[in-house]
Design a protein around this ligand. Structure first.
Ligand code: TMP
Ligand code: MG
Length: 286
């Protein structure tokens, strides 16, 4: 059915159940399908050539428009809060207020840096960001069959939109909900618009007022792509779900996090920088 599931990076706890979901999504047909995906470290790569790839926040942090002092403070925040974000021994309830703290402090620092709207394209061009191998096929297939792709990101919306624009895959079937910058009349960043989206509130609470999932209420088959335990709730706003296949990229602290990921995600991809498995499943379904 899907030869890509034989890859060494693939871990599945309940193979028969997974095959059942995939068969069922195919039987329902492509008109019933929608894809909901995280962006940073899910559609974008975690590592390249032995180094870490940047998140959409890191692209700004590392860019020439941030002062040396600003860079140091942003890095200190990352080193303090990132281990908390991925700590398998803390509950989501413990993590949530700390993530609000991280995002709030990072956005305050970025808003003091006089970042120009007009510089964003160049900042992205000069960054080390990479989309996962196979992104072209993924975006092209979904566009070809008019399957909605909802990118739900706690990153920076302006940056991630620019990344997919420069990759020539920002098609009409792609919708993004993320943290967007607000600029003054001179095009200088003043603050980030609300509601704040962080790793652990990616659910209906930040989608109030958007009709997105209501408009797609007939699309009852879902493929969900994420890399964090916080991404598992991204489809909570879908009014009726008949089939959902959750695919999780396990990028970091693989040994420590494996158990939790296997409990929560139907398919876990360990240190796999490609979209091969997702594309293989779509090739079978579409
Ligand atoms: P997401 O992939 O769930 O949308 O989350 C965005 C990632 O951004 C999350 O893993 C933490 C990371 N991040 C930074 O790298 N720098 C920052 O300043 C902040 C606030 C988040
Ligand atoms: Mg992510």
């Amino acid at each position: 059915m899907v030869p890509e599931l034989e890859k060494a990076t693939v871990r599945i706890r309940q193979l028969e159940r997974v095959m059942g979901i995939i068969r069922s999504i195919k039987a329902q047909g492509r008109n019933k399908l929608q894809v909901i995906s995280d962006f940073d470290m899910t559609l974008s790569r975690f590592g390249c050539n032995g180094r870490r790839c940047p998140t959409s926040h890191n692209i700004l942090d590392n860019s020439r428009v941030i002062s040396e002092d600003g860079k140091k403070k942003l890095k200190d925040l990352l080193h303090y809060y990132y281990p908390i974000e991925i700590d398998p021994n803390r509950t989501l309830e413990e993590k949530r207020p700390l993530m609000v703290e991280w995002w709030t402090r990072a956005h305050e620092l970025l808003s003091q840096q006089k970042i120009q709207k007009g510089d964003i394209a160049q900042i992205v061009r000069e960054s080390d960001v990479m989309l996962r191998d196979g992104f072209h096929e993924l975006f092209d297939q979904l566009h070809k069959y008019n399957i909605p792709l909802f990118i739900f990101s706690a990153g920076v919306g302006d940056i991630l939109e620019e990344i997919i624009r420069q990759a020539n895959v920002f098609y009409s079937n792609v919708n993004v909900v993320s943290n967007y910058m607000d600029f003054d009349d001179n095009g200088v960043l003043t603050h980030f618009k609300g509601p704040l989206i962080h790793t652990y509130n990616k659910n209906n609470s930040v989608l109030q007022g958007t009709e997105y999932f209501q408009q797609l209420s007939t699309r009852t088959s879902i493929i969900l792509l994420g890399d964090s335990m916080g991404d598992l709730t991204m489809a909570d706003g879908v009014p009726s779900v008949e089939n959902i296949l959750k695919i999780g990229f396990l990028n970091d602290k693989v040994e420590e996090q494996r158990g939790k990921y296997l409990d929560a995600y139907d398919i876990v991809l360990e240190s796999d920088e490609t979209l091969d498995v997702v594309n293989g499943i779509l090739r079978y379904i579409l």
